[in-house]
Structure formats: C-alpha cells, structure tokens
Design a protein around this ligand. Structure first.
Ligand code: A2R
Length: 312
C-alpha cells in the first residue's frame, strides 16, 4: 500500500509519520510547504502547496497513492480570527483542489481521510452534550466554519462521484512539540519559562471556564491509521476522549506538575471574540466501528508537553 500525508510538517504530521512507519508496512509519502523542514528517513518527501492545483495534479498523477491523509490546514482558531481570508483559502479551497483533482483522474479511487474538528459543532445545546455525529454543526468561529464546509464537500464528492471519503472530527489533541498557539502547550511553555527564570512568575490565561475534550495526539493518529483502512466511505467519526474538562482543570493539572510558585492572571488578549462553553465528544460511533479508546492519560501528555518545553 502507498500512503500520502498531505501537510505532514505540522504537529500531527510528525506523529502520523512516526505511527505509520512503525506500525504498517506501507510506502509512505509526505508533503510539506517549500519553506518547511521535514527530514525523516524511510519516507518520501515532496513539496506541495494545496493552493496550487497544477502541483496537486502533477504529484497525484505521479504517485497515485492508495491512502491519503489530508492534514494541511490553517489549524488555529485564534489565527482564524486574525486572518479569516487565508483560513478560508487553505481549508476550503485547498481541500476542494485536492478532491477535484482526484475526481478528474480516470480510474483512480483512493481512500481519503479528511481531518475536521470538534469545533465544527459550535453552539451545542445543553441536551446535545456529549455531541454525536448526527448533531447539526453550528460553527462559532471561522476555523470551525471552514472545517464544517470541508466535511460538506467530502459528503458531496462521496455522494456525487462515489469517492471513498472518510471524514473525522478530531477534538482537541495535544502533546509535546505542539505550537504554543494552543492552550495546553501555551500554559506548559509559560510554566517552563517561569521555572527557568526566563519569565516573571505570572501565568497569563484566557477564558478558564470553557470546557474542552483533550486527547493525546498519539492516540488520535492511531485512530487515523485504523479509520483509513476500516472506516466507511461517506461517514463522519468523532475522535476524542469522551470527557470534557474546563481549562481551569487543565491549568490545575499543569500547575501540579511544577513546584514553582506561580500567580495566574487573566490576559484580555487571550480572550476570544466568541467562545463556545462546552465541546465534548460522543465517541460511541468510533468505538463501535473500530474498537479504539485513548491509552495515554491527560496527566501523562501534559507532563511530556511540559518536559518538552523544559528542554527547549
Ligand atoms: O501553516 P504552516 O506553515 O505551519 O503549514 C501547515 C500546512 N499548510 C499547508 N500545506 C500545504 N499547502 C498549504 N497551502 C498549506 N497551508 C498550511 O499544513 C502545516 O505544516 C500543516 C498543518 O499542520 P498544523 O498547522 O501543525 O496542524 P496540525 O496540528 O498538525 O493539525 C492537522 C490537522 C489540521 O487539518 C487541523 O485543522 C486538524 O488536524 O485538527
């Protein structure tokens, strides 16, 4: 089998490469942007900007991979408020470029995993929590809207052309090496800087009452590997822990992993124009389909993330 990871130089891509190369006997190809670094032995690396349809056509015609993991995205909610245009371009138009190129290649029918987000559900009603795949998404931010649109495009290309598209909605995934634009990584980075004396002992936070569903990235990519083989085309699967915790609770765990004396202060710049109160996954469908459950505890992933920042 030949697998292609599109957008592999990001946070999830490094873990997916590691997982696929150590678990499956597949020929692995990965794409990165020309300005990104991705040097991994035993895989084939290609430059690809998904906004360039000619580049996509050339690569896909040459490789014709059996499995495609589409990770390339503008993946930050925070950045999507600041730069909605680029978020829409990459996440919607980029996905469309990939789907339509594959559609146009005669006799070619790969299995494609489209990576969406738990953020797509958005304004979840109290009786819809934990949220399952049947709930109508009501996105509350621009990133979420682009991922909901990607899911719709996946469904349309599946129904109209019979393409083998499997959609996932990954809830918050965390772990070492994640950029500090995301909350768990941000808090761990700040704690590590305080411990090292690089920063005053004040940890800056945003909205601590929001509840989110966190899973270690290694558990998430394990689900991706199984879903691309055994997921059903045209279906959407939630991937999460099934339990939401408040950002305050997340912070408490991180603070408990340090002996430093740390004050917590609210930073208005970290508050979002609109924040969804609770996003919690119902993972029944995933568990019934592929018998997956998370194996790495929240404390373990946070400790490893903190140690990552302690070592940088
Ligand atoms: O934005 P950059 O320079 O970090 O590059 C990202 C890359 N990317 C692109 N690749 C090809 N063509 C483009 N026009 C383009 N724009 C951005 O996709 C980055 O290397 C990769 C996505 O990685 P991250 O931003 O680190 O996302 P992560 O955490 O790996 O999430 C993977 C997927 C995304 O679809 C998320 O929305 C979803 O999981 O949660």
């Amino acid at each position: 089998m030949k697998a292609l990871i599109v957008g592999a130089a990001g946070f999830v891509g490094s873990y997916l490469i590691q997982h696929l190369t150590t678990t499956y006997d597949w020929e692995i190809h990965a794409t990165k942007l020309p300005n990104e670094n991705l040097s991994v032995s035993d895989i084939h690396v290609h430059d690809l900007n998904i906004l360039n349809i000619d580049e996509i056509r050339e690569l896909f015609t040459k490789l014709k991979p059996d499995y495609i993991f589409h990770l390339a995205a503008q993946s930050s909610v925070a950045l999507s408020w600041n730069n909605p245009q680029i978020t829409v371009d990459i996440n919607i138009k980029g996905t469309l470029n990939i789907l339509d190129t594959i559609r146009s290649l005669d006799g070619y029918s790969p299995k494609i995993l489209l990576i969406g987000s738990g953020e797509e559900y958005g304004y979840i009603l109290p009786d819809e929590t934990p949220v399952n795949e049947q709930v109508t998404p009501r996105p509350g931010n621009i990133y979420a809207a682009t991922k909901a649109c990607q899911n719709m495009l996946g469904n349309i290309y599946y129904r109209a052309y019979g393409m083998q598209l499997i959609m996932v909605r990954a809830f918050n995934h965390i772990g070492p090496n994640q950029t500090s634009v995301f909350v768990a990584s941000d808090f761990c980075k700040q704690v590590a800087e305080i411990e090292a004396g690089k920063k005053k002992p004040i940890l800056h936070v945003g909205n601590l009452s929001a509840k989110r569903d966190f899973t270690d990235v290694r558990d998430v990519v394990r689900a991706y590997g199984i879903l691309i083989q055994h997921g059903k085309a045209g279906e959407t699967y939630n991937i999460g822990s099934g339990h939401a915790i408040s950002i305050q609770e997340l912070l408490n765990v991180i603070l408990s992993l340090s002996t430093a004396k740390i004050l917590v202060s609210t930073d208005p710049a970290r508050l979002r124009p609109s924040d969804i109160p609770v996003i919690e996954a119902d993972i029944t469908k995933l568990q019934d389909s592929i018998n997956w459950h998370p194996e790495i505890s929240l404390k373990q992933t946070l400790l490893e993330t903190l140690n990552y920042w302690r070592g940088t």
